[in-house]
Design a protein around this ligand. Structure first.
Ligand code: GLY
Ligand code: MN
Ligand code: MN
Length: 470
């Protein structure tokens, strides 16, 4: 079980979120919301994948045990329970094998719910809870297992139709409401995300300091994983990318066993999950501790693109503004270096209009981040007028949204590209909280300027008595 460090200190945070959901449902006519946690998943015989709770469920409960489901009854009469948890019963034998369980009564008390039942009673209790309620709100069509369960509960209500009980007449998707709540982070979430960013930055520092020509990608990954756990994070927020040399041009390359050679760059995209919150950092650095001139040229272009994107990240800007700012700087750099042919593209505007940058920069400059590394929330203004191409306008940034800023350049060998740039892959990624007049970067505990990266690495090499400059 992936138990957060401080499971019960934030009861009010979760209670207030449940109250917001209940208030929104009441304002829309009441009904019952259902939010299950994630299932356990078998990896291979008798061994499960490490358990990770469902993010929506955790957002509303803080509860990390599997086999649990939250019910929010916005039509409960006063005095009746509105927040109800189903969870595993206490079981001395199972707890001997698997560890502590709160049990319904313990969970109700520790997590501030109105009522709790053993999950084994869910099929008998749910038809009672759903009876005569106007609507059912849940993540429609996201889980065949949940859809099947809901159908069974509705059948259970309908079986009592002769006694005058009616089943809900509407099923409504709950996720848009929860997605909008999760998109704007509260102070509790931002505090955890700051700490996650600090731990991940320490991990990157440690990997840079440990690096030397001849090291293998998995050895650098080990430095990252060590640091995540050393400082109390539960693990990586996503599969760690540690890519030496040409591997950096593979966007989702997992840490493998390639050797980092003198003259290679190493791209590390790795970060921890702390108490249910992700961080997401990429740094690119030279195995030797010194960038080659060609690497440095491209590095400084990507860094300038990231700075332009950061400068464009503020409340009132749109989600597309940082991307457009980064694309402009990258496109200019591609022209200046001759990677994009100056004989074909006369200006940076042409490069952008023709998307001539796309073979070298094929991803977006950021994504929402929060409980999920690619977090929930619309990237377009839902319901706004569409433009001539039928597209919705980009989302306007608001304070306390959190997004990554992660431009890159990936230069695969091609006869149209100067050879000195072949196989260079660079990405620089930080996590930014939107503020009224700019943004707060959560992940700058690790250097990002080329000179500062070189200084850190050389200091570490000198300290290890392994200076390789001579
Ligand atoms: N690490 C995943 C991403 O950068 O989006
Ligand atoms: Mn990212
Ligand atoms: Mn990343």
């Amino acid at each position: 079980m992936n138990q957060p460090n401080e499971p019960t200190l934030a009861i009010d945070v979760y209670r207030k979120r449940r109250e917001r959901v209940l208030a929104a449902l009441r304002a829309a006519g009441g009904g019952v919301a259902i939010v299950p946690t994630a299932p356990e998943v078998l990896r291979n015989r008798d061994a499960d994948y490490p358990y990770r709770h469902d993010s929506y469920f955790y957002y509303l409960t803080g509860f990390t045990e599997p086999e649990a489901l939250l019910v929010l009854d916005a039509s409960a009469a006063s005095g009746e329970p509105a927040s109800i948890l189903f969870c595993r019963a206490k079981n001395v034998e199972r707890e001997t094998w698997e560890g502590f369980r709160f049990g319904p009564e313990g969970a109700r008390e520790a997590f501030g719910l109105d009522a709790a039942f053993p999950v084994d009673e869910i099929d008998s209790q749910m038809p009672l809870i759903l009876a005569d309620k106007p609507s059912l709100h849940y993540a429609l069509g996201t889980s065949a297992a949940l859809d099947r369960q809901v159908r069974g509960w509705l059948d259970g209500v309908r079986a009592r139709a002769r006694s005058g009980v009616a089943a809900p007449q509407a099923a409504i998707d709950l996720l848009p409401l929860l997605d909008e709540m999760r998109l704007i982070k509260d102070a509790h979430e931002l505090a955890i995300m700051r700490r996650a960013g600090e731990i991940s930055a320490l991990a990157h520092r440690r990997a840079m300091a440990a690096c030397h020509p001849g090291i293998r990608e998995y050895e650098l990954e080990a430095e990252l994983l060590y640091t995540f756990r050393k400082y109390g994070a539960q693990g990586p927020a996503y599969g760690s990318i540690v890519a030496a040399g040409a591997n950096a041009c593979v966007l989702h390359y997992p840490a493998g066993n390639a050797i980092a050679r003198d003259g290679d760059l190493i791209l590390i995209d790795a970060a921890c999950e702390l108490d249910g919150y992700a961080s997401d950092i990429t740094r690119t650095f030279p195995a030797s501790g010194r960038f080659t001139p060609a690497q440095r040229e491209l590095y400084d272009i990507v860094l300038a693109a990231q700075q332009a994107a950061i400068d464009a990240t503020r409340a009132g800007a749109t989600f597309d503004d940082p991307h457009n700012a980064a694309v402009r700087v990258l496109s200019q750099g591609l022209l200046d270096t001759g990677i994009v042919d100056r004989a074909v593209y006369a200006s940076v505007d042409d490069v952008i209009a023709e998307r001539a940058y796309a073979p070298f920069y094929m991803h977006r400059t950021g994504h929402w981040i929060g409980m999920d590394v690619h977090d929930c929330g619309d990237y377009r203004e839902r319901g706004a007028p569409r433009d001539a191409q039928g597209a919705l306008p980009a989302r306007t940034l608001q304070p306390s949204m959190v997004l990554t800023v992660e431009p890159g350049l990936y230069i695969r060998p091609s006869e149209n590209v100067p050879e000195r740039y072949w196989n260079i892959g660079i990405r620089i990624e930080d996590d930014a909280v939107v503020t009224e007049d700019g943004c707060e970067l959560l992940t700058r505990g690790v250097p990002v300027k080329a000179d500062e990266i070189e200084a850190l690495m050389q200091e570490a090499q000198a300290a290890a008595g392994k200076t390789r400059d001579a």
